[in-house]
Ligand binder design. Structure first.
Ligand code: HEM
Length: 447
């Protein structure tokens, strides 16, 4: 049909329906930036039958977070439908979404993090013990082997998901496959994605068992319930519980793990920052040598430089895009964006706006001095967790998990990177950026 003359410029490639999917799919992050340079701050990409309209400047970004003509749930519904199971009736989807979002938000909120801190610290120690006193390992694998079982145990309950060493391998393998292809699967029909489907089925089967076990045991009082148990109490349609459990698994792991990687990689590749951090750690916990130190929320507050490093790593490696659906035509600058478009904002590129982040490509934890972290406010212009009503409910839990992991690893070991810090893979739009290729680290007891 004819488009409004005020529609943004549209990039559609030369193949009908498939549109710009090929160029877009090969390196979506770079594609967005090249398109912005070529077509201006507002442009539409037509791919796989969908219109994705990107807004890259303040007016559009502001509208993205505040306009009533946009809908978050209608944007994620098709993705969730495709990534978990063929069909959840729309009304049940919307009812569940609001309830489960509020449940998770309530359970992992800032004021309840103290409920997780002690267990998290113990769990991290337990899984760090498997590393032994020294060795060489790919940094991503090292982080995953410690953080993955620890954070799964705190959200889902100890031993509820397979976390012993050999079961863990299989579980991790399937999760990695699921995660790698998550974004392609959210757009493609299932038959393009047979390996992915296999991993999804495996994980769903596991969660069916997890859920039926959790249903059988008697429920503890509210404060000692796991996040999984709260989810089961609140989901509408019990048969959907394994699907939502899988989504929670993905949301809680897929972003936090690469963030831990980038944080450590940036710290270790900046010797003066590494040195300052070690001085802070010594001032709080003393010299090396103590076994299993206990790290409290208060201790973390004293280790502010590490927190800045985490936030700076998140800034530099944040999600390629977040999405809302346009439900009524929306005016941005001189353009009218038609209803039905997916409106896209790229936190990754927004975090390179020199107005908010001078010298944007440089890892500068000090810039976070300006943020009012006491009041839990981020820097202006920062949007890695989204903003407003649908902001990531797990953001403070994620920061605490990474903070504690970094403290424990750096307290126990001296770490040396054996490879240069890899670039980010150009393939990902959904979620935080993944490293392209391996980066080995040598670890030995700290003197
Ligand atoms: C550094 C790590 C993390 C990053 C960068 C991140 C980022 C995000 C982003 C960008 C969104 C979507 C917001 C939007 O589209 O407007 C989101 C949603 C979500 N996140 Fe996180 N997240 C992280 C860690 C976690 C953790 C540890 C949890 C565990 C509880 C979690 C749970 C969720 C959930 C449940 C949603 C869905 C909210 C909804 O559907 O309304 N996230 N996250």
């Amino acid at each position: 049909q004819p488009r409004n003359r005020n529609s943004p410029p549209c990039i559609s490639g030369w193949i009908p329906w498939f549109g710009a999917a090929f160029q877009f799919g090969k390196a979506p992050l770079e594609f967005i930036e090249q398109a912005r340079v070529k077509y201006g701050p507002v442009f539409t990409v037509f791919a796989l039958g969908n219109r994705f309209t990107f807004v890259t400047e303040e007016e559009g970004i502001e509208a993205f977070f505040t306009s009533k003509d946009l809908d978050f749930e209608q944007a994620v519904q098709p993705t969730i439908q495709r990534t978990i199971k063929a069909s959840i009736p729309a009304d049940i989807f919307y009812r569940n979404h609001t309830r489960l979002y509020l449940t998770i938000k309530g359970k992992v909120s800032l004021s309840r993090l103290y409920l997780f801190a002690g267990t998290l610290c113990k769990e991290l120690h337990e899984h760090m013990d498997h590393l032994g006193t020294s060795g060489t390992e790919n940094l991503s694998d090292l982080i995953r082997s410690v953080m993955y079982p620890a954070t799964i145990n705190i959200l889902f309950g100890k031993g509820v998901c397979p976390t012993n060493k050999s079961d863990m391998k299989e579980f991790e393998g399937h999760f990695q496959k699921y995660d790698e292809d998550f974004e392609y699967a959210s757009q493609m029909p299932a038959y393009f994605m047979s390996n992915w489907s296999k991993s999804k089925k495996w994980l769903l089967k596991m969660f069916e068992n997890v859920v039926s076990d959790a249903e059988r045991v008697s429920r503890p009082e509210s404060d000692s319930k796991t996040v999984l148990q709260h989810l089961l109490d609140n989901v509408h349609g019990k048969h959907l519980a394994p699907n939502y459990a899988l989504l929670l698994l993905w949301a809680s792991q897929a972003n936090a793990m690469p963030v831990a990687f980038w944080t450590l990689a940036f710290i270790l590749s900046h010797p003066s920052i590494y040195k300052n951090i070690m001085e802070d750690i010594v001032s709080v916990f003393g010299k090396a040598g103590k076994e299993n130190i206990e790290v409290s929320e208060d201790d973390l507050k004293k280790l502010l430089l590490i927190k800045w490093c985490i936030l700076e790593a998140i800034r530099l490696r944040s999600p390629g895009a977040i999405t809302k659906k346009v439900v009524n035509p929306l005016k941005i600058q001189t353009f009218t964006i038609p209803a039905g478009d997916m409106l896209m904002v790229s936190p990754y590129w927004a975090h390179r706006n020199t107005k908010y982040f001078p010298d944007p490509e440089t890892f500068k934890p000090d810039r976070w001095k300006e943020a009012n972290l006491e009041k839990n406010a981020f820097l202006d212009g920062f949007m890695a967790f989204g903003r407003g009503k649908h902001q990531c409910p797990g953001r403070w839990l994620a920061v605490m998990e990474v903070h504690m992991l970094v403290v424990l690893l750096l307290y126990k070991y001296e770490l040396i990177l054996l490879d240069p810090v890899p670039k980010e893979s150009p393939l990902h739009l959904v979620g935080t950026q993944q490293p392209m290729g391996a980066c080995r680290v040598q670890y030995k007891p700290r003197q």
